[in-house]
Design a protein around this ligand. Structure first.
Ligand code: SF4
Length: 259
């Protein structure tokens, strides 16, 4: 009798090596440094691993800096939602020049965005949580899922202290459906750790950070914050903290619910 299919089969159809799964489950990886985690990821998954870099958070640029030195052909991608500020596009070009990396630009499906805008208008996201989730789903979550379907692992710049929804994030974990390895080397870094690394290594970051933007997402959904204000107040400021996820890093990645 054939064995039941493993729930841990990656989207590429390749079964994850059991020793990798054992390592993830053992918790041993939690003691590794960010760089050691990247070396582990490259050794096990390159080139079917890619860094998710928004070019709107210093965390992604810190990881890009580390990865480009460890493996010049390491893969990096960004989601171009069609609503990003000019400063983010400028940074992509600066990074290409500085590191010589090819940034894989992932875009939403044009017909889906056209239909949404025809039905709900350009700025639907201000009208309700549901419409904001719809926009994030079509412009971010679905293109991201399509891109990741070709991979076995992706690297993120998530940190535990960023949000109430991220406090139990592990350095290496499986996606909600168990089919993709998610590598989060900076989960235990503080914001100051990140900025210190940026200063020490001259890492290029988004110019909007100098103008009070702690993170930079889509232009209409991002703003500068006042000194002392919570860092997440700069994103979707009209929503409550527990709703402030775009759906890329929550369990309900397929439909964007819980965003
Ligand atoms: S952040 Fe705003 S503009 Fe960007 S995809 Fe989400 S709702 Fe749409």
């Amino acid at each position: 009798m054939s064995a039941a299919p493993s729930p841990l089969t990656p989207l590429t159809g390749n079964t994850l090596d059991s020793s990798i799964l054992d390592e993830i489950r053992s918790g041993r990886l939690e003691s590794l440094s960010a760089e050691e985690i990247l070396i582990w990821g490259l050794g096990n998954f390159h080139p079917r691993m890619s860094l998710s870099c928004s070019f709107g958070n210093p965390e992604g640029l810190v990881l890009l800096h580390m990865l480009s030195r460890l493996e010049p052909s390491a893969r990096v991608y960004m989601l171009d939602t069609g609503r990003l500020p000019q400063e983010t596009h400028d940074l992509v070009d600066r990074v290409r020049d500085r590191y010589g990396v090819e940034v894989e630009v992932v875009m939403p499906e044009a017909s889906a965005v056209q239909k949404m805008v025809r039905e709900h208008g350009q700025n639907l996201f201000y009208e309700s949580l549901e419409k904001r989730q719809l926009c994030c789903r079509l412009r971010k979550v679905e293109p991201n899922a399509s891109y990741l379907a070709e991979l076995d692992a992706h690297v993120t710049g998530l940190r535990r202290e960023q949000n109430v929804t991220r406090t139990d994030t592990a350095k290496v974990e499986l996606s909600a459906d168990g089919r993709l390895v998610k590598i989060n080397p900076l989960v235990d870094w503080s914001r100051e750790d990140v900025m210190q690394f940026v200063r020490d290594n001259g890492v290029p970051v988004n110019r909007l950070h100098q103008r009070g933007f702690p993170t930079v997402g889509c232009a209409p959904c991002t703003r500068a914050i006042e000194p002392g204000e919570d860092i997440r107040a700069g994103r979707w400021w009209w929503e409550s903290p527990e709703d402030k996820e775009c759906g890329l890093h929550v369990g309900e990645e397929k439909d964007g619910s819980g965003i």
